[in-house]
Write a protein that binds this ligand. Sequence first.
Ligand code: PEP
Ligand code: MG
Length: 315
Amino acid sequence: ARAEALAASSGPGLTRDGHHVALLANIGGVEDAEAAGPQDLEGVGLFRTEFVFLSSDKAPTVAEQAEIYRRVFAPFGSRRVVVRTLDAGADKPLAFADLGPEENPALGRRGLRLSAERPELLDAQLEALAVAARDTGADVRVMAPMVATAEEADWFARRVRENGLPRAGVMIEVPGAALRSEHVLRDVDFGSLGTNDLAQYTMAADRMQGVLSDLLDPWQPAVLDVIAAACEGAARAGRPMGVCGEAGGDPLLALVLTGLGAGSLSMAPSKVAMVRYALSLHSLPDCQGLAAAARGARTAREALDAVRAAVHADL
Ligand code: PEP
Ligand code: MG
């Protein structure tokens, strides 16, 4: 019965009572885009642009980038494509954007911090994205990685708009930005929670160290509290908040994140059908109850068990 229900689920993400949660794809390049484009999803919630250039030793030109971005956008027609500007450094080093060795790369000049030191890289990328958006007609929205402060968000939004791109957002993956999301989001159009880094920084546990996976677990109640604070701040600012970390692709966590206030979930495309099915079985108040149960737990294990015990199906 579950397999049939799963196969039959299609269309936009909706809770049982009709609350919309956009279901989006995480992609890393042209091949992923061509595979995800024909699938039943509402667009892209995270295009990790740095993946395209992992083996480039020279900075790609505007023309080279525009050609790639056109091929990434085209499979999505007029659907939304959320593009993250280069998230170089730490676990994603790029040869042409290397600022030299650092003692603590995860806490160093990575993401938007690197863009601030090499603004010519950011401007070339934004220019190429604007060209490709115009040429394809895709609904392109650009967001910055590793934003920590309101000033950084403002600086990024200004540069995005100067390049003729209509929508700017920020990733919320630093606890400081999550706690202050109302203020960080004031001059941007949306926020997107990066739960992988948010867990790393909330629990002070290196995401590259597999032995620390219990601490990196998004079911950690502290991580859920930080996510809740970020969603509440976004609501006060009147800005949509989504999730683009791996947590959004787990059906039980997807329910919890919906209950915490996430309005979109971006995940590996293979996960969309299961998450859509899970949402269809639960109302928004159900999801809010699951979120409260998870946050009421003392441990990650207890949070997961509490939600598992309360859901209406074997998800
Ligand atoms: C995240 O940090 O959760 C995220 C979506 O980005 P990445 O995994 O690429 O750092
Ligand atoms: Mg991240």
